[in-house]
Design a protein around this ligand. Structure first.
Ligand code: SF4
Ligand code: SF4
Length: 211
């Protein structure tokens, strides 16, 4: 009997605590209808980033993120093709192994991979936690990022103009309209080396006897 009385008072005490909070704002949310704003540096899934202009993957298959990952969550297969360039055949990330450390993002020099705040990817199937390159890229398409890549700018040499190319006719002057002036040669100013003859020296040519 004493037990029942004691239990009744515990029940009233519990209802009193509940009643005290009935008039206050709830501290929990009705997830998934309601969602909290995540802190700026919260850690969610890792995604692959795409070029902002053409949408292609920024990844160069350098393998640095795979080597930096402490849990071997990243698997990349990128053999070299005939032109010696790497061809990305497989990029998988196993989120059942990932510890969200962000070392892969730090290792990447090509703004190709980022740890985001996205988190709603729980599943009952462990295999669904292995994301391939397409899913990693799709989830990362709306992720904003600072592009640290140094793009090579092709320098195109300017085309030579007609005058530079030929040194003959300027583009604004056709050949038949070119005025030609006769060249005046002032002979009085022309110096010639005078060849002295025996007559100039008043020397008679020697005959055979004189010689
Ligand atoms: S966040 Fe850490 S554990 Fe996860 S893939 Fe990147 S390096 Fe590996
Ligand atoms: S480090 Fe960056 S560029 Fe290199 S393989 Fe990983 S994601 Fe691609």
């Amino acid at each position: 009997m004493l037990e029942y009385i004691k239990g009744f008072f515990e029940l009233v005490k519990g209802l009193g605590i509940t009643g005290k909070h009935l008039t206050k704002h709830a501290v929990t949310l009705q997830y998934p209808e309601e969602k909290d704003v995540m802190p700026e540096r919260s850690r969610g899934v890792v995604v692959l980033l795409s070029d902002k202009e053409d949408g292609s993957l920024n990844c160069t298959s350098c393998l640095l993120c795979m080597k930096a990952c402490p849990t071997a969550a990243i698997i990349i297969d990128a053999p070299r093709g005939e032109d010696k360039k790497k061809v990305l055949k497989k990029f998988e990330l196993d989120f059942s192994l990932c510890c969200y450390c962000g070392l892969c993002e730090e290792a990447c020099n090509f703004s190709a991979l980022k740890l985001t705040g996205k988190y709603e990817y729980s599943t009952g199937n462990k295999d669904d936690l292995i994301w391939d390159v397409h899913k990693l890229q799709d989830v990362g398409r709306d992720v904003d990022y600072v592009d640290k890549r140094k793009k090579k700018v092709k320098k195109v040499a300017p085309k030579p103009t007609v005058s530079e190319a030929t040194d003959e006719i300027k583009p604004t002057q056709s050949a038949d309209k070119i005025e030609t002036k006769p060249v005046e040669i002032k002979t009085d100013k022309i110096k010639t080396d005078k060849i002295e003859t025996p007559q100039d020296k008043d020397e008679k040519p020697k005959t055979e006897g004189e010689a």
